[in-house]
Design a protein. Structure first.
Lengths: 110, 114
């Protein structure tokens, strides 16, 4: 089976750095995705990791450790518009569908 | 390129009715996946269609079905609606062999069953 855990809610201050963790237990591994979802909107793709290490893309970075079943999403220089849910998802081995965690609702405060 | 589109955006039905939702993928994308999103369960995979064939299926009852047309547009159908089917239904399209087969989501159809 697949199990993905993320914190339910986090709060951080504008301009700060926040790290959102995701742990997973899956039968096989075929890539990990992070999506951002604003309330009432579609999830939008942020990052993809399939090898261990850090992937940096502007203010957003994502890290993966396959041996530990662990990933994190790092958001730097937080802006108010970063208030959203952040979804961690792993791809089913040998298939294209994604298994999602329940998401982390991030609130950025002034 | 236009993104994934879904119609209708909102729908209200009563128990026992059936509903059909539509999804048009990004141009050139041949894979369409459907997900159900609820506050308690998060995003759960329903099924995936590729080249008009169901390629993969999640753990949902047979009341949930889908199909894909030759132009890659997809529909999903839910028969004998139950209150618990109230959810946001999202479709996502991807293109095998490109950009890590990233799935791009449409805006969703919000279904309310009364």
């Amino acid at each position: 089976g697949q199990n993905i855990d993320q914190p339910t809610e986090m709060t951080a201050t504008e301009g700060a750095i926040v790290q959102i963790n995701c742990t997973y237990q899956t039968s096989g591994f075929n890539g990990l995705f992070w999506y951002q979802q604003h309330a009432g909107e579609a999830p939008t793709f942020l990052s993809y990791n399939v090898l261990d290490g850090l992937e940096e893309k502007g203010r957003f970075s994502s890290f993966l450790s396959r041996s530990k079943g662990y990933s994190y999403l790092l958001l730097k220089e937080l802006q108010m518009k970063d208030s959203a849910s952040y979804l961690c998802a792993v791809r089913d081995p040998g298939a294209n569908n994604l298994f999602f965690g329940t998401g982390t609702r991030l609130t950025v405060i002034p | 390129k236009a993104g994934v589109t879904q119609t209708p955006r909102y729908l209200i039905k009563t128990r026992g009715q059936q509903v059909t939702l539509s999804c048009s993928p990004i141009s050139g994308h041949r894979s369409v996946s459907w997900y159900q999103q609820t506050p308690g369960q998060g995003l759960q995979f329903l099924f995936e269609y590729f080249s008009e064939t169901q390629r993969n299926k999640g753990n949902f009852p047979g009341r949930f079905s889908g199909r894909q047309f030759s132009n890659s547009r997809s529909e999903m159908n839910v028969s004998t609606l139950e209150l618990g089917d109230s959810a946001l239904y999202l479709c996502a399209s991807s293109s095998p062999g490109t950009n890590k087969e990233t799935q791009y989501f449409g805006p969703g159809t919000r279904l309310l069953v009364l």
